[in-house]
Ligand binder design. Structure first.
Ligand SMILES: NC(=[NH2+])NCCC[C@H](N)C(=O)O
Length: 562
């Protein structure tokens, strides 16, 4: 039951001529102090329309509103209409609802099964999986789950960077200096070394650049040797990437990277030609985009294609294959211009659906305030970082709970959960300072803190031999109300997270629920309660369900014990 919506509907009956339902819903506030009620409707905007003082309007509204049964009091105070819920009844109904719905609690249906494609992670082969790709993976994975929770059908796409002039350069470098043995031992590191060497040497030997270009041309034309080498580099890289995905619990519906579009680009070029959008510029083919933006490069002088050409082909392919009218591209904010150009070209091509394409940018991952870079061989190997988080978590368990069963599994869940949560707890556009120590703390705004709260709830339920039963819940204490109110906020957090493509809404929500519950736990005797033990345990159960589902939406596991 959505009480805020109920309140909005009642207000709407009185205010239809002035405001629409959505506007009213958005205006409703949740007062911080309980004496101001559970919801408050400000009348300041109406003052202009009615030419009356806000408080006068509030008084009249409070008089007129026909509140439904579970609202027990309406009050006009300083320009607000404050309404109070009937705590006992509402608590029983919310807790029963959560326990009966379980993981479905908070599910929204406004997506109506519509398909949405989410392009995320998308690392480049033959290069290390960067911190930026980690951010994209974590944010995209969470947005996929949040979209499903909002009623959408999601297609998860890993648009691998496995095509482009850099592979010509890499093949050229391998032909010159490559050592098969070494690459087999340590593929990504060796390939990166070759690539860096190529760039260094090319600074004083320009013929290398031509050599690289030639190899990419051969690759695009299907030359066998070039293909074989490329495939080998790709396979080795994928092995590494897959072990990271496994660690993070991430999977995809499609790993069709840029190379997949090799035979689909000619059609795009022809379409652009037919729509008279192609222009020649210095021998290259471009599409002019809106004023002030550089033109979008489609084909180079030598006939090879570009990142943007492949993205055009991919957008068409996805729309045709999945029937998607909406797509998210979870890619760092340094590619903002690229996506602006891409969407603009598609719009110029006359595709209505291009309006449903959205770039979801994010900030950088920093170490000691500086960008973590993979250039010039200064490699931060992500897999090692994740493993280190796991090993710190393992140490923690050894110190705090040495008798824990499933130690190893829990160490993985806590270690990776800490990294993921740390990334998602602030708005994605903020830069993130990477600090394992901070992430892994059991107190403060961390993943382990929320996981620990979930494990605490689970432990209370075990110790209390809890049996599910929602028939005779009776909430007469004041302490449970803030917890119930937090439970009630979950559906709205799910919706907001979708609307803003913003997993931090869910992260902040679970932190709030965990804090509120821990306060309750500190003040209320649950296991040795003389009265209402079943009700109290049911509240704990509801908290456990929602914490787990909230963490799930972020891509974080919730161990029962830790
Ligand atoms: N459709 C896309 N362009 N997706 C993002 C690709 C990201 C690219 N591989 C990079 O690492 O920069």
């Amino acid at each position: 039951m959505e009480y805020q919506l109920l309140f909005a509907e009642v207000l709407y009956k009185e205010l239809k001529d002035e405001l629409d339902l959505e506007k009213i819903f958005k205006l409703i506030e949740k007062p911080k102090h309980s004496e101001m009620g559970d919801f408050a409707f400000p009348c300041f905007e109406l003052a202009k329309i009615f030419r009356k003082a806000p408080n006068q309007i509030a008084l009249e509204l409070a008089e007129q509103l026909e509140m439904p049964p579970l609202f027990e009091k309406v009050q006009a105070v300083s320009g607000y209409v404050n309404v109070f819920l009937a705590q006992e009844e509402v608590s029983a109904s919310v807790v029963a609802d959560v326990i009966q719905s379980k993981a479905h609690y908070g599910k929204q249906d406004h997506g109506n099964g519509e398909v949405i494609t989410i392009d995320f992670s998308s690392p480049n082969i033959a290069k290390p999986f960067s911190m930026g790709h980690l951010r994209s993976t974590v944010i995209g994975h969470s947005l996929a789950r949040i979209s499903e929770k909002n009623g959408f059908e999601v297609v998860r796409i890993n648009h691998l960077g496995d095509w482009g002039t850099q592979f010509g350069k890499l093949i050229a470098a391998y032909k010159l200096w490559g050592d098969e043995e070494k690459i087999r031992e340590n593929p990504i590191k060796e390939l990166l070394t070759l690539y860096v060497k190529f760039h260094d040497e090319a600074e004083h030997d320009e013929s290398l650049i031509d050599e690289g270009r030639l190899w990419f041309k051969r690759l695009e034309d299907g030359d066998q040797e070039a293909r074989d080498l490329w495939e080998w580099f790709r396979d080795e890289s994928l092995k590494k990437f897959n072990s990271i995905y496994e660690l993070l619990g991430v999977s995809f519906d499609s790993t069709q990277g840029e190379a997949f579009y090799n035979d689909k680009m000619e059609r795009v070029v022809q379409l652009l030609e037919k729509k008279q959008l192609l222009k020649e510029s210095d021998g290259a083919l471009v599409v002019e985009t809106v004023e002030g933006m550089p033109p979008c490069l489609i084909k180079k002088k030598d006939g090879t294609t570009l990142y943007a050409t492949r993205d055009l082909a991919a957008a068409l392919y996805r729309h045709e294959t999945y029937g998607s009218e909406r797509s998210l591209y979870v890619v760092g904010n340094e590619q903002t211009l690229h996506f602006k150009q891409l969407f603009d070209v598609l719009e110029k091509m006359g595709y209505e659906w291009s309006r449903g394409l959205k770039h979801v940018p994010f900030g950088m991952m920093l170490k000691d305030g500086r960008k973590m870079s993979t250039r010039k061989g200064k490699v931060v190997l992500l897999e090692e970082v994740l493993k280190e988080a796991v090993s710190l978590a393992r140490q923690n368990i050894a110190d705090k709970n040495p008798s824990l069963a499933e130690k190893e599994q829990v160490a993985y869940q806590v270690g990776t959960g800490a990294v993921i949560f740390h990334d998602l707890k602030n708005h994605r556009l903020n830069d993130v300072e990477f600090s394992l120590d901070t992430m892994l703390k059991f107190e403060g705004e961390t993943g382990p803190y929320v996981q620990y709260t979930h494990a605490r709830a689970s432990s209370i339920l075990r110790k209390g031999s809890y049996h599910e039963n929602v028939d005779q819940l009776s909430f007469s204490d004041v302490q449970s109300w803030p917890v119930v109110k937090s439970l009630m906020d979950f559906p709205d957090a799910v919706k907001r997270a979708f609307e803003g493509n913003d997993p931090s809404q869910v992260a902040k929500y679970v932190l709030d629920l965990a804090k509120t519950f821990n306060q309750y736990y500190g003040n209320v005797r649950i296991l040795d309660a003389v009265e209402g033990r079943q009700t109290k345990l049911s509240l704990v159960h509801a908290v456990q369900v929602v914490l787990k589902e909230g963490l799930h939406l972020l891509g974080v596991e919730a161990p029962e014990e830790m």
